[in-house]
Write a protein that binds this ligand. Structure first.
Ligand code: NAP
Length: 471
């Protein structure tokens, strides 16, 4: 089937790509503003205006590509009976946001499909977008951060980048993005032979900040490799807005999320149910919408840590002797639970801020013994596992000063850090004959359970993925 999307929007192109629908893209040059003005003067309804504009675009492209199916699209924002355009200046953007603040507006999305210059299918959806109350200072900050990127969007926002602007949304993610992919897929499946297209499933990683996350690269690779119709994006959510925004994202159709700093504790509290490992760790890195509609929380960091070590070493037995864990942050919690579950008889826990280590030990198990940060070298001869779960030694952070002279050469030494891939700790341990494992495998393996739950296929961790994530 030769399909053309008559739209300049990169978001709509991405939707077809993630739905694994091959299409060509063409810009439909029509006099949109004048057509719209004439329709408004004729008192046309908003849905008819959007539908007519989508038709004009599809017709223009269809006339020059008679044998192709052509999708035309339009989207308009309606507030109190008025149609809002795209902001032409930062001042216009401020004006739009101050009027939409605290109120509900509608996004009308029209899609049509033409062939041989004639309409074959049409669809209009209406999404109800309730914007939270935004102060004048917040509006100024928003304009400074987002102008001019949002100047081509009705309403001056990109829902996918700032969903926290909304207190609630009644609608579907793809309708809001401007392409109603589910009904389009139904039409295409009825009119083509071959493998049926599937509605894309959605997942994301949520954090603050989030731009540095490797997760979209990793999950994007798995979606591609497994030919799955789906998308995985990164969304920055400020901590104060976590609960409302996650609820909104589930409401518009997300299957689940990875959650990273600083939201892991909030994610656990948000969920209706939790796995026992998430409960024991006291934090979640994965949220899954179950068939029942309930939200389940899991923590896969310990799973990733343990799977990585088990696959990298043939000889390591965590039950063969005590472990030493440096650090008492979120990652250390997951490591302690994983090591205890794997049979570690005793764990020495050691952190710069000793009180934090003591609280953690009290929370987790009496098999965890806190030792002074200065005394960590003393236990080196007896431990069979050494784990660095501090951020020391990471590129851009201070070095981890740790003299391994007395380390047991049969111990396995691992660092959760993967930038650099081989930290000074691992270099020193290797020089003393220890088996060493870098943190990259933990990162890759912790993503597996979430991907399987959201997209229905268990992904493979291999060298190709590792190389991709490390570039
Ligand atoms: P976190 O909660 O912020 O904890 C940071 C830890 O590092 C704390 O124990 C902290 O000690 C210690 N620390 C920081 N600066 C220090 C310094 N100058 N001297 C001594 N100790 C210092 O972070 P996290 O989530 O646990 O992550 C810890 C590390 O693990 C990070 O490097 C992270 O990238 C890595 N990680 C890797 C993976 C993976 O998949 N490979 C997964 C999770 C985390 P205080 O308590 O004294 O501040």
């Amino acid at each position: 089937m030769d399909l053309i999307l008559a739209s300049q929007s990169t978001t709509r192109r991405r939707i077809l790509n993630v739905a694994r629908i091959n299409a060509r893209f063409m810009s439909p040059l029509i006099d949109e503003e004048n057509i719209k003005k004439a329709l408004i003067a004729d008192q046309a309804l908003p849905r008819d205006i959007a539908d007519t504009l989508a038709e004009h675009k599809a017709l223009k492209v269809s006339r020059k590509n008679l044998k192709s199916w052509v999708i035309g699209c339009d989207q308009i924002l309606v507030f109190m009976g008025e149609i809002f355009g795209k902001p032409s200046t930062p001042e216009a953007l401020k004006d739009i946001l101050s009027r939409l603040s605290g109120k509900t507006h509608r996004l009308v999305t029209a899609n049509v499909i033409y062939k041989d210059g004639k309409p074959h299918w049409r669809h209009v959806s209406i999404s109800h977008m309730s914007m939270r109350s935004i102060t004048a200072i917040e509006i100024d900050d928003y304009v400074e951060a987002h102008w001019p990127v949002v100047k081509h969007s009705a309403g001056g926002y990109h829902f996918e980048r700032t969903p926290d602007l909304f207190s609630s949304v009644r609608g579907n993610w793809f309708d809001i993005m401007g392409l109603s992919i589910d009904p389009i897929i139904r039409f295409l499946n009825q009119n083509q032979t071959g493998r049926p297209f599937q509605t894309p499933r959605l997942a994301a990683v949520l954090g603050h900040p989030i731009a540095q996350s490797k997760s979209p690269l990793m999950h994007g690779h798995w979606l591609q490799k497994n030919h799955i119709s789906g998308d995985y994006i990164a969304i920055d959510i400020p901590p104060m807005r976590f609960n409302t925004t996650v609820r909104t994202l589930f409401d518009v159709g997300f299957s689940g999320f990875n959650v990273t700093i600083p939201h892991k504790e909030q994610a656990l509290a948000f969920a209706d149910d939790m796995s026992s490992r998430a409960h024991r760790i006291g934090a979640a890195n994965t949220l899954i919408k179950m068939d029942s509609g309930k939200i389940s929380a899991d923590n896969t960091d310990g799973y990733g840590f343990m799977t990585n070590l088990a696959l990298q070493s043939n000889t390591w037995q965590p039950s063969a002797g005590p472990s030493l864990v440096l650090g008492a942050g979120g990652a250390a919690r997951a490591v302690l639970v994983a090591l205890l579950d794997a049979g570690a008889p005793k764990i020495y826990l050691c952190n710069r801020t000793q009180a934090r280590a003591e609280n953690l030990a009290t929370d987790i198990s009496d098999r965890v013994e806190v030792i002074d940060w200065q005394n960590k070298v003393n236990v080196l001869p007896e431990v069979v596992t050494v784990v660095n779960s501090t951020s020391l030694g990471m590129t851009g952070k201070p070095a981890l000063q740790f003299d391994l002279t007395n380390v047991n050469p049969n111990a396995l030494v691992t660092d959760l850090i993967y930038a650099p891939l081989e930290t000074q700790l691992l270099k020193d341990a290797r020089a003393r004959g220890c088996e060493v494992v870098s943190g990259i495998g933990m990162l890759l393996h912790q993503g597996v359970p979430g991907f399987e739950a959201w997209f229905g296929s268990r992904p493979v961790v291999d060298e190709e993925l590792e190389a991709l994530v490390l570039t």
